[in-house]
Write a protein that binds this ligand. Structure first.
Ligand SMILES: *Cc1c(COP(=O)(O)O)cnc(C)c1O
Length: 434
């Protein structure tokens, strides 16, 4: 599959180049040129296979010219050591749980696919790669965990000092060896600023092979479509049934991957976007105007994105047609009180513990069902384990939430980050000396 630069349709690159460049020289995002098609008979054939097997079969179609089959099988085997689980809340609503990975958010799927793919690239070219990532929370831990112990790749994770939760910090700051956590005395934007400057610094690029693993990289975007294939094949018993899926969204990578899967032939009747108060996309669906607002802090903090990067990409997949995108994607936004109501309601009526991101997804699918009611199967994604947002969930439900073992372990480890000021010269010297 080839990728084009959104700023210049004529600039076309292969997967490898798109991954290593992260974005085009002029900052443009890469978008798949032409998506491979899978037909319903093929989907019926693979319906009863395991997550790894379905991922391999679909992955082989997507990465046909990019990754040799035996390598793809190894990547999938190493990356996907866990799988989505699907539960029925009642006969109408299903939840697709994507939080079974080591850092307890759906970001593990993509980060681990990317890490294992980059390991293959490092070996293929006999090069050492340096990955820089700025994080405001879940991304950093997923990336750190995914790259930990991978040969020939050094990762620097930059996070804003005192601006992420204790649990989030410990999930990043306790890494060592090939993963170096860096605590920046500044905001998330400052961290991102340092990473951006590093990418355009000639000196640094001569000395190090720099790449990024942020969420706009196609190595994170495209593999996310694999869990949509698996989940829909497990949800659907009759391929004539209409299925609607609600995706809690922030930067809209997850939803974009869902749309890719549909455009490849997965029979999803409707995607529903659910956001918190950062509702630029939802307002766009009403007015046709994309007017991003400054980011607002909410309980669903991994979706606190005022200006979602993937909007452009999503729109381009519909040839920038407002009518088309509006007819295929529905959307709703929710505030903190809505999230609290949803967490209470799901616990009381379904005995199910949601966290704030999934709470938006749950509210979104219910709103869609109440308003439109034209599908047969209604599902939403739960993107994080409730233990990751223990404080909020316990405050709302007044019950104790168990922290999973993998999270407990890092809480007792030693903090290993180095502290740097928000100063590019200092950061650059540090990278060169290490
Ligand atoms: C990152 C994240 C999201 C938002 O995903 P996007 O792909 O940016 O829309 C939602 N929920 C959780 C728990 C996350 O970590």
């Amino acid at each position: 599959m080839k990728y084009y630069n959104i700023n210049n349709r004529a600039e076309v690159v292969d997967f490898e180049t798109a991954v290593l460049n992260n974005v085009a020289k002029d900052g443009g995002l890469y978008i798949p040129c032409e998506l491979p098609q899978v037909n319903i008979d093929f989907l019926k054939e693979i319906k009863n296979l395991s997550f790894k097997e379905i991922s391999f079969n679909i992955g082989r179609t997507i990465f046909k010219d990019d990754i040799p089959d035996n390598i793809l099988a190894t990547i999938i085997d190493k990356a996907f050591t866990f799988e989505p689980t699907i539960k029925e809340l009642n006969e109408d609503i299903r939840v697709i749980e994507l939080f079974n990975g080591p850092t307890l958010s759906f970001k593990d799927f993509a980060a681990r696919f990317m890490a294992n793919y980059m390991s293959y690239l490092a070996e293929k070219y006999g090069k050492k790669l340096t990955v820089l990532v700025a994080t405001s929370g879940d991304t950093g831990s997923a990336v750190a965990n995914a790259f930990y112990g991978i040969d020939n790749i050094k990762v620097y994770v930059l996070y804003p000092s005192q601006r992420i939760s204790k649990i989030q910090e410990m999930q990043i700051a306790t890494f060592d060896e090939n993963v170096q956590p860096i605590e920046i005395e500044g905001t998330f934007d400052d961290c991102q600023g340092l990473v951006k400057k590093a990418f355009v610094d000639e000196d640094l690029n001569k000395k190090l092979n720099l790449t990024s693993s942020n969420s706009i990289n196609v190595a994170r975007l495209v593999p996310q479509s694999l869990y949509y294939f698996y989940s829909v094949l497990k949800l659907i018993d009759d391929f004539n049934k209409k299925i609607a899926i609600c995706v809690p969204s922030g930067n809209f990578g997850n939803l974009t991957a869902g749309i890719l899967s549909k455009k490849m032939g997965l029979p999803v009747y409707k995607y529903v976007a659910a956001t918190n108060c950062n509702d630029s996309f939802i307002r766009f669906l009403k007015t046709g105007k994309f007017e991003p607002n400054p980011t607002i802090k909410t309980y669903a903090n991994a979706m606190d994105v005022g200006n979602p990067n993937n909007f452009q990409r999503l729109y381009a997949l519909y040839n920038n047609s407002f009518e088309k995108i509006k007819s295929e994607i529905a959307g709703y936004s929710f505030d903190n009180n809505d999230m609290i109501d949803a967490i209470k309601y799901a616990y009381e009526y379904h005995g199910y513990v949601l966290e704030p991101h999934g709470a938006c997804g749950y509210k979104g699918i219910i709103s869609f069902k109440n308003e439109v009611n034209n599908s047969h199967i209604y599902a939403f994604l739960e993107t994080a384990h409730p233990g990751k947002f223990k404080d909020i969930v316990e405050m709302v439900l007044q019950v104790e939430i168990e922290i999973p073992e993998s999270l407990k372990q890092c809480l007792s480890k030693k903090k290993n980050s180095i502290k740097l000021p928000d100063d590019f010269k200092v950061f650059k010297n540090y990278l060169i000396e290490n």
